[in-house]
Design a binder for this molecule. Structure first.
Ligand code: MD3
Ligand code: FE
Length: 199
């Protein structure tokens, strides 16, 4: 897709049942919620996290926080199956010993989108980000190092895993509004996991 970005089609599909069960457990302890941006907009994507820290946004800003602000408790721990999947994908993409400390979980219902942005709230940009797409297909918008760079569109479908390392780690990206549909296992939604090493 770009230097350092490796698309592994259907890589996570063999683990779909295990992923679905683990997600159900995480969401029962830390329910999906639509967070508010520092600018005061409610995101169309609903989010939760697992791992040592979770990504949060509110009127004060964006940050990684060890505590879920909705429950006041730590985020659910990262299931060993998640950790292993992320490490195996990263290795396949050329990054040995990937040890994520955070997994941001995005839930898109039809119409939800994510505007063009960079992921730069982490401190270690040498570590890749690993993303896992589950459920309904999405149109992924992939730009370059500058917001004004032209974007290309990729269709990400159920089970697709992407390793974002090297220069692509800081490229602008987003998700077009999700088209309606029904996935046999995940129903009327798309779930995206992003594994991050934040420190
Ligand atoms: C390219 N999520 O959570 S996954 C995000 O599908 C995010 O939910 C989108 O962007 C989603 O920050 C896109 C693909 C992705 C994730 C992280 C990246 C692409 C990336 C980081 C750097 C470059
Ligand atoms: Fe992102």
């Amino acid at each position: 897709m770009a230097e350092g970005a490796v698309l592994l089609r259907r890589f996570a599909a063999p683990m779909q049942d295990e992923l679905r069960d683990a997600l159900r457990e995480i969401a029962s302890a830390a329910p999906f919620r639509q967070m508010v941006t520092p600018g005061g907009f409610t995101m169309s994507v609903a989010m939760t996290n697992c791992g040592n820290v979770g990504w949060v946004t509110d009127r004060r800003g964006y940050r990684y926080d060890p505590i879920d602000p909705d429950s006041g408790k730590p985020w659910p721990s990262m299931p060993p199956s998640f950790r292993a999947l992320a490490a195996r994908a990263a290795a396949q993409g050329g990054f040995a010993n990937f040890a994520p400390d955070a997994c941001l979980i995005n839930r898109y219902e039809p119409g939800a989108k994510m505007s063009l942005h960079q992921d730069k709230d982490e401190t270690d940009f040498d570590a890749p980000i690993v993303s896992v797409s589950l459920g309904l297909p999405a149109t992924f918008l992939f730009g370059g190092a500058k917001r004004s760079d032209k974007t290309r569109r990729y269709r990400l479908t159920h089970g697709d895993v992407v390793v974002w390392g090297g220069p692509s780690r800081l490229f602008f990206h987003g998700i077009a509004p999700l088209a309606d549909g029904e996935h046999p296992l995940f129903g009327r939604q798309r779930i995206n996991l992003t594994f991050r090493k934040t420190v």
